[in-house]
Design a protein around this ligand. Structure first.
Ligand SMILES: Cc1cc2nc3c(=O)[nH]c(=O)nc-3n(C[C@H](O)[C@H](O)[C@H](O)COP(=O)(O)OP(=O)(O)OC[C@H]3O[C@@H](n4cnc5c(N)ncnc54)[C@H](O)[C@@H]3O)c2cc1C
Length: 372
């Protein structure tokens, strides 16, 4: 009998496991694939973290708590996971990105500069921007090391006593008299509560919950820059740019190249069991269009490309809640393409819900009843 069983060990499940183990709970983490796999949503080298949240200002207190928890995690793990590079969010002044970022920055008094296109190109010569674009530059923005973060959380969870099993697939989760029963391909396990953090497999694991989630195929590309020095960390920020090509984002130069991707890519709904994991010329073209126009010095050969999955809610928010008819089953689908940075605070919330029955943070935005 465990206090809590965590089903799925991507970044969200790993964060929940870490919080629970640190609190002394008897916890088990179950993952269907091998450690470090690349089949879900939490691989691909890096993820952006930013404070002035263009999606909605109500995320800001959660990101603030996440920054604190990422730093605590780094301290505990003895390794660097969060790299502050500054972030430039660029586009037309009335676009989703710039207007949303500014609204959140002003409401929450977040340090930022607003630069004209020419001032931004002067500060970061790698960009080419049309004259009517502006950039909101936040010094606190940066990126997280993706695989290293999952690894660090799991290593610490183990150190605090969590049991972890890879290669064990959860087949069903049922509520039984205020407790949870987890049926895997190897065993039937009873627990005080189950946390389901199955990423793209959430709907297939909890079919009765009828969560309105859509899984979409994403592609990340790494380009060999013609002028590497202008993309070096310290000279080039993490960025998001909204243009005629869509919203693209990218990172300073890493060993593999300059990583750039298109947010939502082709927005193609797929089955996580069987989607195409190869990268086509069309995939490359969707990303390269923005690279060629706005980062011409990065427009060299594509040296690496990977697919990944978004699990998207209709309103692009997260789901973090109990199942309405089964209070011992907690659901965490914190993706919609922007969840990684929140993992430590989502882990904290899930640990609170599983042990104290209520969360210290405001999660009213993430409730299941909003879909009814
Ligand atoms: C290309 C890309 C770029 C992104 N960029 C950013 C960014 O810049 N900033 C940001 O904050 N967020 C970003 N995100 C979103 C972020 O990565 C996700 O929100 C996050 O990784 C979701 O983690 P998860 O743990 O919910 O899902 P996953 O990582 O998919 O983990 C779910 C786990 O559950 C396991 N599982 C599933 N079913 C079972 C089962 N039946 N039994 C046992 N185990 C099971 C899976 O194998 C998997 O390991 C990006 C996502 C992608 C794909």
């Amino acid at each position: 009998m465990y206090d809590v069983v965590v089903c799925g060990l991507g970044i969200m499940g790993s964060a929940a496991l870490h919080h629970l183990a640190r609190r002394g709970c008897r916890v088990l983490g179950l993952e269907r694939f091998a450690e470090g796999h690349d089949r879900g949503s939490s691989h691909g080298e890096s993820r952006i973290i930013r404070l002035a949240y263009f999606e909605h200002p109500s995320y800001v207190p959660l990101v603030r708590r996440s920054y604190e928890l990422w730093r605590e995690l780094e301290h505990e793990a003895g390794r660097r996971l969060l790299h502050v590079t500054g972030i430039a969010e660029i586009g037309p002044p009335d676009g989703t990105l710039v207007a949303g970022t500014l609204a959140a920055a002003r409401l929450h008094d977040i340090p930022h500069d607003v630069l004209t296109a020419s001032a931004l190109m002067q500060r970061y010569p790698a960009f080419w921007l049309p004259p009517h674009f502006v950039g909101v530059v936040q010094p606190d923005g940066g990126f997280l090391k993706a695989e290293a973060s999952v690894q660090a959380l799991l290593a610490l969870a183990r150190k605090h006593g969590a049991e972890i099993r890879f290669g064990e697939c959860v087949r069903a989760i049922e509520a039984t008299n205020d407790k949870a029963r987890i049926v895997t391909d190897r065993a039937t396990i009873d627990a005080g509560a189950a946390i389901v953090a199955a990423g793209p497999w959430m709907s297939s694991l909890l079919p009765k919950a009828a969560l309105p989630l859509r899984v979409t195929r994403q592609v990340m590309g790494w380009f060999a820059p013609k002028a590497p020095a202008s993309f070096a960390p310290g000279h080039f920020p993490v960025f998001l740019i909204e243009s005629a090509h869509g919203i693209h984002y990218g990172f300073p130069l890493s060993r593999e190249g300059v990583k750039v991707a298109k947010h939502h890519h082709a927005d193609q709904t797929v089955d996580p069991e069987s989607y195409d994991r190869s990268v086509s010329a069309h995939d490359e073209a969707l990303i390269r269009a923005a690279v060629a126009e706005h980062l011409p010095a990065a427009n060299g050969p594509l040296v690496e490309a990977k697919t990944c999955l978004y699990t998207v809610a209709p309103d692009s928010d997260f789901i973090v809640d109990r199942l309405p008819d089964a209070a011992s089953i907690l659901v965490a689908s914190a993706c919609s393409g922007h969840g990684f940075k929140f993992a430590p605070v989502i882990g904290e919330i899930l640990a609170d819900l599983a042990t104290a029955r209520s969360a210290k943070h405001d999660i009213s935005r993430f409730g299941i009843p909003r879909f009814r």
